[in-house]
Ligand binder design. Structure first.
Ligand SMILES: O=P(O)(O)OC[C@H]1O[C@](O)(COP(=O)(O)O)[C@@H](O)[C@@H]1O
Ligand SMILES: [Mg+2]
Ligand SMILES: [Mg+2]
Length: 312
């Protein structure tokens, strides 16, 4: 579908519109920083998860914070770089985000992204993804795109940022809908994260054998945003990142796993931690990590049956 509806006319609720406008402004700035190669080489410090941060991780985090503060509709924020929830100067929403996902593949010039989740109120703690207002991800590749799902709207929607010369164009008017994602079918495409865990996760090893002997096509970049987003675009396949004792869960429940589950389930796919939907797991702490599987119903059911949640 290419109806070119603007993001501005797609969003009907005024305060959500302001929140998403802030995120798109930030994404345009991050995309321009990435194009210039800003902050790629310098290491900054270590975040609350103990990950080494690049300067660009910290820059992207600050760009988003500033934009959300300006919006006036955000009560609290937290991010992968600064994981404690803190006030953001406005009222209306709590926003959680991974400012730059895929830091380890920025130097290779692969596609990377920003992931976000939005909930009405002041905190994510105690709430499940099913209660969220919206979630999405920006993809910074040859094109800058937004994949967005809103609780009150059906399906997941892709918007492309089309730079416009006209000074009159609103920021949201620059984002044009390109596709609507309604279904994820079973299809022979697999994106197997944390493969090292097959060493001591025999269920995952069996699942990989199943994919190989059934001639699935491997499509994995090491960036969660493009690796999960491709399931929507291709309308088929499976992504997973399971855990084992020697290779524990890496992905963050609040900043990465639930937002992408929100998108995938809105598009007719399934998500799981090996047992239940990621949208049914209440956030107890902003730092929680989780194993994940996303994709077509049958693929996620196969993951639950073969891998399950033994190592969570
Ligand atoms: O390279 P690894 O350790 O297997 O991990 C891959 C995963 O790590 C991530 O890069 C983690 O995200 P960050 O870059 O935000 O830390 C995911 O995008 C990806 O799926
Ligand atoms: Mg990440
Ligand atoms: Mg990150």
């Amino acid at each position: 579908m290419e109806d070119h509806q603007t993001l501005e006319s797609f969003l009907s609720e005024e305060s959500l519109k302001r929140c998403i406008q802030a995120l798109t402004e930030a994404a345009e700035e991050i995309s321009s920083l990435l194009r210039k190669g800003a902050g790629l080489l310098g290491l900054s410090s270590v975040n609350t998860f103990g990950d080494q941060q690049l300067q660009i991780d910290v820059l992207a985090d600050q760009v988003i914070e500033k934009a959300l503060q300006k919006s006036g509709v955000v009560e609290s924020i937290c991010s992968e770089e600064r994981s404690k929830e803190r006030p953001c100067g406005g009222t209306g929403f709590a926003v959680a985000y991974d400012p730059l996902d895929g830091s380890s593949i920025i130097d290779t010039n692969f596609a990377v992204g920003t992931i976000f989740g939005i909930l009405k109120g002041g905190s994510f703690i105690g709430h499940r993804g099913r209660e969220w207002t919206a979630a999405g991800c920006f993809v910074y590749g040859p094109r800058t795109e937004l994949t967005l799902a809103v609780a009150d709207e059906e399906y997941a929607h892709q918007f492309i940022c089309i730079p416009q010369d006209s000074k009159d164009a609103t920021v949201l008017g620059r984002w044009k809908r390109n596709r609507v994602f309604k279904t994820i079918e079973s299809g022979k495409l697999f994106a197997p994260g944390n493969l090292r865990s097959t060493v001591d996760n025999s269920g995952y090893q069996k699942l990989v054998n199943y994919w190989m002997s059934n001639k699935y096509q491997l499509r994995y970049t090491g960036g969660m945003v493009p690796d999960v987003n491709q399931l929507l675009i291709k309308g088929k396949g499976v992504f997973c990142n399971p855990a084992s004792i020697s290779s524990p869960a890496k992905l963050r429940l609040l900043f990465e796993c639930i937002p992408l589950a929100f998108l995938i389930e809105k598009a007719g796919g399934r998500s799981s931690n090996g047992n239940i939907s990621l949208l049914d797991i209440p956030v107890n702490e902003t730092e929680e990590r989780c194993q994940v599987c996303y994709g077509a119903k049958e693929e996620v059911e196969r993951f639950d049956a073969m891998v399950g949640q033994m190592f969570i």
